[in-house]
Design a protein around this ligand. Structure first.
Ligand code: FAD
Ligand code: MLT
Ligand code: ZN
Length: 445
C-alpha cells in the first residue's frame, strides 16, 4: 500500500479511532498483569465487521502485523504488541440482539462484555452460563478466542460449549459466517470450532451466537476447611456423585487466604486448614440439605446473596491481590486429579530450588483440575522457573494451558505437551488461513 497507513485506516474507521499519540496508545500496549507489552505502530478501533475486514486488508497490503484485542484482560501476553504491530481493538463491536427464547441463544458483537451479556440474559430470565472476576472488561470475542473457562465451567463447560456459532474475518481476508445456531450442522469442517481457542492467530471474531442457560433460583455456597489436598480430592468425588446440583468447586491455600484477607482488609472467616474449598450448589429447589449431608461439620454455609458474595470474594480476589503484590509469573495449568496432590506438594520446592526468595501462590478450579500457579518475586530466574513448573505439569500428564491460552508466555513450551507432528499440523493450519502471518505473530505457534 502506498501512502500513510494511519491516514488510510482513518478513511475506514474515522480519525478519532486511529490512535497514534503514545499517551492514547499506552493502555492498549500493556497487559493486565503488567508483565507483557511493547510499543505498537498505532491502535485502530473498528466498529463493525466490514471495518475489521478493511483494516485487515490495509494492514496486510502494508506488511504490518495485527494484534487483535478485546478487553485486554488476557494473562499470557497475547493481546498486546511485541513491538511495532497495529493493535486492532474490538471493543466497539457492541451490538446485542434480542434473546431468541425458542433456542435460548443470543447474537452479540465481539466487543460485548461478559457482564453486559449476563445482564441481558438475566432480563430475559436466563443466564450466560459463564462467570469470572474479569466480567466487566472481558469481551465475548476474547472469551471465544481464548476458550475461557471460569467459575462455573464444571457445570456449563468452557466457552466452546457456549458458542453456537460465530462470524469471523480470517487472516487471508476470507469471511466465515456461521450464525444459524443450528444444534446439528456437520456440513464440512467445523471452522467456528477451530477459531474458538485460536487466540487471534487465525481470524478476527466479529460476532458470536451464545447459548444461554436456565438459571437455578436456589443457591447455597460453603467454605470448607480441609487438612490435605487428598481430603479435598476425596470430597470432590463425593460431591460429584451425591450432589447433582453441584455448580462449582474451587480451592485456595493458606498463603492465598492470608494475602487476600490482608488485601481486602478483612479477618479470614476460618483458618488453620491446609486447603480451603468454595463449593456452590444451585437448583430449582433449596440445595442446602443435599450439600450439608456430605460436607464436614466445620464448613461455613452461606445461603443468602450477600454472604455468598463475601465468601466468593475470598476466591475471586486472588488475581487482584497477587497483582497488587507485584508482577507475577502466572501459569494456568491443568493436572489430572489423581496427580493433583503430588503437583501441589512439589511446585513450591521446584520454584524454591531455582528462586529461593520467590513466593508461590496456588489456587484454582478444583473440579476442573485447573491450578493457577502464581510466582511473585522472580527476576532473571523467571524463565527457568516457568520451564521447571511446566515440565512438572507435563511429567504428571497435565496441560500447560487450561483456560488462559498459550499466548506469548507459553509459546516456547508447547512442545512439552504437544507432539512435533501436532505442532506441524497447527502450523499448516496457520499457513493456510493466515498465509502472510498477519495475525498475532509469535502467539501459540
Ligand atoms: P484479550 O485479553 O483482549 O485477548 C485475549 C486473546 O484473544 C488475545 O490473544 C487476543 O489477540 C485474542 N482476541 C481478543 N479478541 C479477539 C477477537 N474478537 N477475535 C480474535 N481474537 C481476539 N480467564 C478464564 O478463562 N477464567 C477465569 O476465571 C479468568 N479470570 C480472570 C480474572 C481476572 C481478574 C483477570 C484479569 C483475568 C481472568 N481471566 C480468566 C483471563 C481473561 O479474562 C480471559 O482470558 C478472557 O477470555 C480475555 O478476554 P478479553 O476480551 O480481555 O481478551
Ligand atoms: C481465576 O480463576 O481467578 C483466573 O483464571 C485468574 C488468574 O489466574 O489469576
Ligand atoms: Zn481461572
Amino acid at each position: 500500500m502506498t501512502g500513510n497507513l494511519a491516514d488510510a485506516l482513518a478513511t475506514v474507521v474515522g480519525s478519532a479511532h486511529v490512535l497514534e499519540d503514545p499517551e492514547l496508545r499506552a493502555p492498549y500496549e500493556r497487559d493486565w498483569s503488567g508483565r507483557f507489552g511493547a510499543e505498537s505502530r498505532l491502535v485502530v478501533r473498528a466498529a463493525d465487521a466490514s471495518e475489521v475486514a478493511a483494516v485487515l486488508r490495509m494492514c496486510r497490503d502494508s506488511g504490518v502485523a495485527v494484534v487483535p484485542q478485546g478487553g485486554n484482560t488476557g494473562l499470557v501476553g497475547g493481546s498486546v504488541p511485541r513491538g511495532g504491530e497495529v493493535v486492532l481493538s474490538l471493543t466497539r463491536l457492541t451490538s446485542l440482539g434480542e434473546v431468541d427464547m425458542t433456542t435460548a441463544q443470543v447474537e452479540a458483537g465481539a466487543g460485548v462484555t461478559l457482564a453486559v451479556l449476563q445482564k441481558h440474559a438475566g432480563a430475559a430470565g436466563l443466564d450466560a452460563g459463564m462467570d469470572f472476576a474479569a466480567r466487566d472488561s472481558a469481551t465475548l470475542g476474547g472469551i471465544a478466542s481464548t476458550d475461557a473457562g471460569g467459575l462455573v465451567a464444571f457445570r456449563h463447560g468452557t466457552a466452546r460449549a457456549r458458542i453456537a456459532g460465530l462470524d469471523a474475518v480470517l487472516g487471508d481476508g476470507s469471511v466465515v459466517r456461521r450464525m444459524s445456531g443450528l444444534l446439528k450442522d456437520n456440513a464440512g469442517y467445523a471452522l467456528p470450532a477451530l477459531l474458538v481457542g485460536s487466540e487471534g492467530t487465525l481470524g478476527v471474531i466479529t460476532r458470536v451466537r451464545w447459548k444461554l442457560v436456565v438459571p437455578n433460583p436456589e443457591r447455597v455456597a460453603a467454605l470448607v476447611p480441609l487438612d490435605s489436598i487428598e481430603a479435598a480430592a476425596e470430597l470432590l468425588g463425593i460431591l460429584r456423585t451425591r450432589v447433582p446440583s453441584l455448580e462449582a468447586v474451587e480451592f485456595f491455600l493458606p498463603e492465598g487466604l492470608e494475602l487476600v484477607s490482608s488485601y481486602l482488609g478483612v479477618d479470614p472467616p476460618v483458618d488453620g486448614a491446609a486447603v480451603y474449598l468454595i463449593v456452590e450448589a444451585a437448583a430449582p429447589f433449596d440445595p442446602t440439605e443435599e450439600l450439608a449431608e456430605v460436607l464436614p461439620e466445620d464448613a461455613l454455609v452461606a445461603d443468602d446473596t450477600a454472604s455468598r458474595r463475601r465468601m466468593w470474594r475470598l476466591r475471586e480476589s486472588h488475581t487482584e491481590a497477587i497483582a497488587a503484590a507485584g508482577v507475577a509469573h502466572k501459569m494456568d495449568v491443568g493436572v489430572p486429579l489423581t496427580a493433583l496432590g503430588e503437583f501441589l506438594a512439589h511446585v513450591p520446592d521446584v520454584v524454591a530450588a531455582l528462586a529461593p526468595e520467590a513466593r508461590t501462590i496456588l489456587f484454582g478450579h478444583l473440579a476442573d483440575g485447573n491450578v493457577h500457579v502464581n510466582v511473585l518475586g522472580l527476576d532473571d530466574d523467571g524463565d527457568a522457573v516457568d520451564e521447571a513448573v511446566l515440565r512438572l505439569v507435563a511429567e504428571l500428564g497435565g496441560t500447560i494451558s487450561a483456560e488462559h491460552g498459550i499466548g506469548i508466555a507459553k509459546a516456547p513450551y508447547l512442545g512439552l505437551v504437544r507432539a512435533a507432528d501436532e505442532i506441524e499440523a497447527m502450523r499448516a493450519i496457520k499457513r493456510a488461513l493466515d498465509p502472510s502471518g498477519l495475525l498475532n505473530p509469535g502467539v501459540v505457534v
